[in-house]
Ligand binder design. Sequence first.
Ligand SMILES: Nc1ncnc2c1ncn2[C@@H]1O[C@H](COP(=O)(O)OP(=O)(O)O)[C@@H](O)[C@H]1O
Ligand SMILES: [Mg+2]
Length: 222
Amino acid sequence: MLAVSHLYKKYADFAAVNDVSFSVGKQEILSIVGPSGAGKSTLLHLVGALDKPDAGSVLIAGVDILKLPSKKQARFRNSNIGFVFQFHHLLPEFTALENVCMPLWINGTQKKDAASQAGAMLEIVGLGGRLENKPSELSGGEQQRVAIARALVTRPSVVMADEPTGNLDSANAAAVHDLFLHLRKTTGQTFIMITHNDALAAMTDRTLTMRDGKIVEEKINN
Ligand SMILES: Nc1ncnc2c1ncn2[C@@H]1O[C@H](COP(=O)(O)OP(=O)(O)O)[C@@H](O)[C@H]1O
Ligand SMILES: [Mg+2]
């Protein structure tokens, strides 16, 4: 589904990502762990084409995404990749439903269809009753679930999450992980998730450990 090969990213004379290669299968949940500063976020940004590497390639569903011209790349990203960040970046003046509609509006989906797809996704993340609430009227865990619904509503084939549960208490964090495991089964999506939480990493299919810009360990979980 996704193949990363020989990725490098340098800042001044220091390599934040130093010759990283890995692949992820369809319907696989891969976790990436490692100390702060190891290069995890930089790597995920490169893999999602949010940032440009100095060398290397990223194939998603056979498409060499870093070689696409920028407009095509943005379109590919919007329809094939969903991002979830630690800080959810919801738009405060929009309701939960409108926040989740946003990527569909950008895609050119009709307003009515967007609303029904976004409503269905909010239902899946357990927020069917909070469609009209603004982010400030939701708890941290609920806001993060809105951000997840927004990342998933276009049914991207790959979901990339950077410490999606980093700001949540353990009950909400476990609920988000359960949701990913459930979605992988029902929608066949591929997940790449950075986490600090070893127990949560152990629930994924495979864990890569990063240190000093390199993958230093690969562990298959059961
Ligand atoms: N824009 C940048 N300019 C310079 N250095 C950066 C930049 N972004 C990240 N770094 C450095 O790259 C290293 C890896 O950072 P990051 O990928 O955020 O690590 P992690 O997510 O594993 O904590 C760190 O040493 C960080 O300071
Ligand atoms: Mg990080």
